[in-house]
Design a protein around this ligand. Structure first.
Ligand code: NAD
Length: 361
């Protein structure tokens, strides 16, 4: 196995041998540790036997000098064309006036749902066992709409936007996800006791959608502060959580902490036009190019992508192979207590994949 760069990159930006049934996917390696994690993930996904036609496009710090922006138009066009992308983390330069590539991507492509599963794995040192949560975060509005201004020199105002359309859309996504993935319950998280209009509308929208799923998926709601306490006391009581943008951002990090932290937390941003799969963690520049970083979060994001592309059994196989390697603990990266490099970890997963046939997945 080679372990450097994107193997076999062709002059047209594609990699690999391509058959007629291959999934064409935009691959954005990203900054910092991104390229080595992308390489490890691509090798694992290619080893599943599912055919991919990778369209490799660069975004982030490395392209600013060439294109004057970290997100050139051709990157967005590639995702729009292929409708599916997987990306490594991208550095947001501080104080240079560029908006976060991640926020821009979500807005430009209408990626309204942020899906962040948090599931315990044997072999990871955590305070909890058997956590299995799915966070569904609204990705387009709330305080992240970026509408804020100064009111005189000594006061600032941020406007929280909540609409019925976006709230019902994210609630429907959560319930559809629950049905498609055999999950039993959706919990809506809010602060409607204080923000009676905005969070009240979010809760009302969730209740409206919940009524359509009555008898198929249970529904309940929790006030966000109580939710945080409950998640650290008895996370096993919860299943799928649906939240407005800000609470979703905070609670998904809390959930990641319950199962082993950022190095193992995958994510997906899903819209009607496209879906972008990425880890929750950032570009960890201090580990860049050292073959040290943990590829788990990006590989698990790849498993989410396999499900999205209609290969749930193969996604299960990848998750199982990864879990087995972590549980054994022999070939894992430094953050999981091992000494293996990024690519050796990926090699161990690939070897394990061969021993996990589809039928048993
Ligand atoms: P970070 O997640 O990059 O790193 C924080 C620390 O977590 C690292 O120093 C490292 O110790 C550990 N870590 C993270 N990922 C790891 C991995 N895969 N394996 C092993 N250890 C890992 O957070 P940061 O330092 O706050 O951000 C660095 C840059 O990443 C910033 O420019 C930020 O804007 C960007 N960022 C990008 C995304 C994204 O692209 N979606 C998300 C978050 C942060």
């Amino acid at each position: 196995m080679d372990g450097s760069g994107i193997a076999g990159r062709r002059t047209d930006g594609r990699v690999g041998t391509i058959g007629p049934m291959a999934h064409r996917v935009t691959l954005i390696p990203g900054d910092g540790i991104g390229p080595e994690l992308a390489e490890a993930t691509r090798r694992v996904l290619d080893a599943t036997g599912i055919e991919f036609d990778w369209e490799v496009v660069d975004a982030g710090e490395a392209v600013i000098a060439q294109y004057g922006t970290p997100l050139p138009d051709h990157v967005l066009e590639s995702i729009r064309r292929n409708r599916v992308a997987i990306k490594g983390p991208i550095t947001t330069p501080v104080g240079e006036g560029f908006r976060s590539v991640n926020v821009t991507l979500r807005q430009a492509l209408g990626l309204y749902a942020n899906l962040r599963p948090a599931r315990s794995m044997k072999g990871l040192e955590t305070r909890y066992e058997d956590v299995d949560l799915v966070i569904v975060r609204e990705n387009t509005e709330d305080l992240y709409a970026g509408i804020e201004h100064m009111v005189g020199p000594d006061a600032a105002e941020s406007i929280k936007i909540i609409t019925r359309a976006a709230s019902e859309r994210i609630a429907r996504f959560a319930f559809d996800y629950a049905v498609a993935n055999g999950r039993r319950k959706v919990t809506a998280v809010h602060k409607a006791n204080i923000m009676k209009l905005s969070d009240g509308l979010f809760l009302e929208s969730c209740r409206t959608v919940a009524a359509e799923f009555e008898g198929r998926v249970e529904f309940e709601d929790r006030i966000v502060d109580n939710m945080c306490m409950q998640l650290v006391q008895k996370p096993e009581l919860y299943d799928v959580l649906v939240l407005p943008n800000l609470y979703g951002d905070i609670v998904s990090d809390l959930a990641a902490g319950l199962v082993g932290g950022l190095g193992v937390a995958p994510g997906a941003n899903i819209g009607t036009e496209a879906a972008v799969f990425e880890p929750v963690h950032g570009s960890a520049p201090k580990y860049a190019g050292q073959d040290k970083a943990n590829p788990t979060a990006l590989i698990l994001s790849g498993a989410l992508m396999l499900r999205h592309l209609g290969h749930p059994d193969t996604a299960d196989r990848v998750e199982r192979a990864l879990r087995d390697v972590i549980a054994e603990g022999r070939t894992v990266t430094y953050d999981l207590g091992g000494t293996a490099g990024t690519q050796a970890f990926a090699d161990a997963i690939i070897e394990r994949l061969a021993a996990v046939p589809t039928a048993q997945a």
